[in-house]
Design a protein around this ligand. Structure first.
Ligand code: PRX
Length: 670
């Protein structure tokens, strides 16, 4: 390609980078910069931008030195020989070293005053309360590790965990890590079919579940979902361990299903942690991609743990006297890194709440903060927007003065929500860390450092240590100030994913092929004049619904599995509360009557196939979908129609222009 042609392509490419759907529209332009309060900075581990910059520069220039120093804070059974072995796309960190995650999260805290400190404070949705000390948690984990061993779980075996938000979910995870088994937690809001897919893909031989869990006053039938997933016996699962949580009747299959409490009767609390290689697989967590099949993101031991611990240390600035609360579900990566592994590695107190934020009333979260004097609070923009909608009175009834630091994650935060969080929840005194990261990255990647970084509402600000972030056009050239481009990470980092379970090619193709040697995150972003990174949203066919990742192809394949559906195309549209809503364009088969009844049936069908997280907001029936002459669905147009926008851009490649008029006119469900 000539230079001129290349530069024309570059300019065009930069313009072409548009997020899949713009997220929540912001009505507010907030140009103020919020500096960390002197009071906060004085006590923080990193207290100035100069210190942050110096450390960041060292972490990029001399990663081996930087990370070798940080890694000394982990408890090693055998010291590592080499910090990094990198042959794109395969990274090995801390080779030659051996350690154990559960030992780092538990045993090493038992020698001093942390032994009797609360590791987990738990509140159930109906209101039960439990405080579990490090010593008790250690005992519980050891005993459950012995239960797993009794059921022949060995190093490297996969264990699916499908549980409510109860301490035993963390116990199950830590028990796996103690004996070297690889856990795969499946979010409790996923369906039987989703469990089955994950069991089959991971080759899990054991499932750990509960009879049920509480959510908004109702009981989620977890065991029943597992039964449905395993029906037919065509999975490798030999054992199901069932925790009694709700006490409802469940089916117990002789020879396969065992009650958690009964199994404990056979074991003691003596279970030494197994020394594992730094690169030993730690867990698989499924997440959506741009095909119908979720990807099993694989994380390994030392690098993941180091990053989880380091970010808790520098980003949450966690202290021994903090009461830290991350509101994420344990089934998402945030629950893994920032409810379990990071805080426990730090010896912190991690609060866990089982249920919904508006049960029994809209102030449940504020009640919890007040009651336990929570100091660090980490939640999602979608939750913040819901609180705003419910009104300030709910929160004004409570004393939130214990809070000292706030965090957000999961989607771009609109400045209105940021300001509300800052003023009403943080009382204007708490720094806010808007943390950008992904299931694949294992931990925070772009984030303010609370005692150092001046923040601006809506931006995740600057890269964390070891993160070489850039925003580039389609040719990999860095775009100019305030121009949109694709977010890439140009160097390996300790907690990066090590692969997609069972699919090397997809790993290479998805993350490392767009730009050779660089990790492609799938997000669009821009950098402002101060170098701050503003995340715009996904630029692939992945939606972000209430902070949850959802592949449009997954929803489409669920829809076409319904007998009435001929074809479907799913797009996102801006949604005030959830960031994005799910709009499904559907053509029905000959002779099928489209209407509200069918729309409702399709919504429940998608819930059944994937789970309630994927429930469509709207079904729009259409005689045909807009396609190019080569048969490709023109999603760009559908997104505009879904958002109620006037159609922009080229429609000349459209096969039948009338389709568009018909679609725009279709009211959908009536
Ligand atoms: O689009 C980005 C968005 O969430 C995606 C990752 O989703 P998931 O793997 O489910 O992990 C969510 C929790 C880490 C990203 O590609 N995202 C996450 N955090 C932010 C964000 N977008 C903007 N700002 C954030 N702070």
């Amino acid at each position: 390609m000539s230079q001129k042609a290349a530069s024309q392509k570059t300019a065009k490419a930069a313009k072409n980078v548009k997020p899949a759907t713009t997220s929540t529209k912001s009505l507010l332009v907030e140009n103020r910069v919020f500096k960390p309060a002197a009071e906060f900075s004085k006590k923080a581990r990193i207290s100035s931008m100069a210190q942050y910059r110096k450390m960041h520069e060292e972490s990029l220039r001399h990663p081996e030195k930087f990370f070798a120093r940080e890694a000394k804070e982990l408890a090693w059974r055998k010291p590592f020989k080499k910090v990094l072995d990198w042959k794109c796309p395969n990274a090995k960190w801390f080779t030659g070293g051996q350690l154990n995650v559960s030992e780092n999260c538990l045993d090493r805290h038992l020698d001093g005053p942390r032994k009797t400190k609360a590791a987990i404070i738990w509140e159930g949705e109906p209101g039960e309360k439990r405080v579990i000390t490090y010593q008790q948690l250690h005992r519980d984990v050891c005993r459950f590790s012995n239960v797993l061993k009794r059921h022949k779980v060995r190093k490297g075996d996969r264990v699916v965990i499908y549980m409510p938000m109860v301490p035993e979910a963390a116990v199950a995870m830590l028990a796996c890590t103690r004996i070297g088994a690889v856990h795969s937690v499946v979010f409790g809001g996923f369906s039987a079919e989703s469990i089955k897919d994950r069991v089959l893909d991971s080759g899990a031989t054991v499932v750990i579940t509960a009879d049920g869990g509480y959510r908004r006053g109702a009981v989620v039938p977890l065991k029943k979902n597992v039964d449905d997933a395993l029906k037919g016996g065509d999975t490798p699962v030999k054992t199901v361990i069932v925790l009694r949580r709700t006490g409802q009747d469940v089916h117990i299959e002789e020879g396969r299903d065992y009650w958690w409490h009964r199994e404990l009767e056979y074991v003691d609390a003596n279970c030494p942690a197994v020394a594992l290689d730094s690169e030993a697989p730690l867990f698989i967590l499924y997440t959506s991609g741009s095909t119908g099949k979720p990807k099993g993101i694989l994380h390994s031991t030392a690098g993941y743990l180091l990053h989880a611990q380091m970010t808790c240390k520098y980003v949450f600035d966690l202290r021994d006297d903090d009461v830290y609360w991350c509101t994420a579900d344990i089934g998402w990566v945030t629950g893994h890194s920032y409810m379990v592994y990071g805080p426990l590695a730090m010896g912190a107190t991690s609060l866990m709440y089982e249920g919904a934020p508006n049960w029994p009333e809209n102030d449940r979260f504020w009640r919890i903060i007040e009651e336990y004097a929570v100091t660090v609070f980490y939640t999602a923009p979608t939750a913040i927007r819901a609180f705003m909608k419910w009104g300030d009175d709910w929160l004004k009834k409570h004393d939130l003065s214990s809070l000292r630091l706030l965090g957000t994650v999961g989607e771009p935060i609109n400045p209105e929500a940021w300001m509300w969080y800052h003023k009403l929840v943080g009382g204007g005194r708490c720094p806010i860390v808007d943390t950008w990261w992904q299931t694949e990255t294992g931990g925070h990647m772009i984030t303010p450092i609370p005692g150092a970084t001046p923040t601006k509402p809506g931006t995740a600000t600057l890269p964390f240590f070891g993160v070489d972030a850039a925003i580039v056009d389609d040719l990999g050239k860095e775009v100019g100030t305030n121009e949109q481009g694709k977010l890439v990470i140009r160097k390996p980092w300790p907690s990066m994913l090590r692969g997609i379970w069972g699919d090397k090619k997809r790993y290479q193709d998805t993350y490392w092929s767009e730009f050779k040697g660089w990790y492609f995150a799938g997000d669009g972003a821009r950098r402002d004049k101060d170098g701050y990174i503003w995340i715009i949203g996904r630029i692939d066919d992945v939606l972000n619904v209430a902070g949850h990742r959802l592949g449009t192809a997954e929803v489409e394949s669920a829809l076409v599995s319904h007998p009435a559906v001929a074809e479907s195309a799913v797009v996102g549209r801006p949604d005030e509360l959830k960031g994005q809503g799910v709009v499904c364009f559907v053509t029905v088969k000959e002779g099928v009557k489209a209407g509200r009844e069918l729309a409702d049936a399709l919504k429940s069908h998608v819930r059944k196939v994937i789970g309630p997280v994927a429930t469509p907001d709207e079904i729009r029936f259409a005689a045909a979908l807009p396609k190019t002459r080569s048969g490709k669905i023109m999603r760009r147009l559908l997104k505009q129609i879904a958002a109620g926008e006037t159609l922009k851009g080229d429609t000349t490649t459209l096969e039948d222009i009338n389709v568009i008029a018909a679609l725009a006119a279709a009211s959908g469900e009536d």
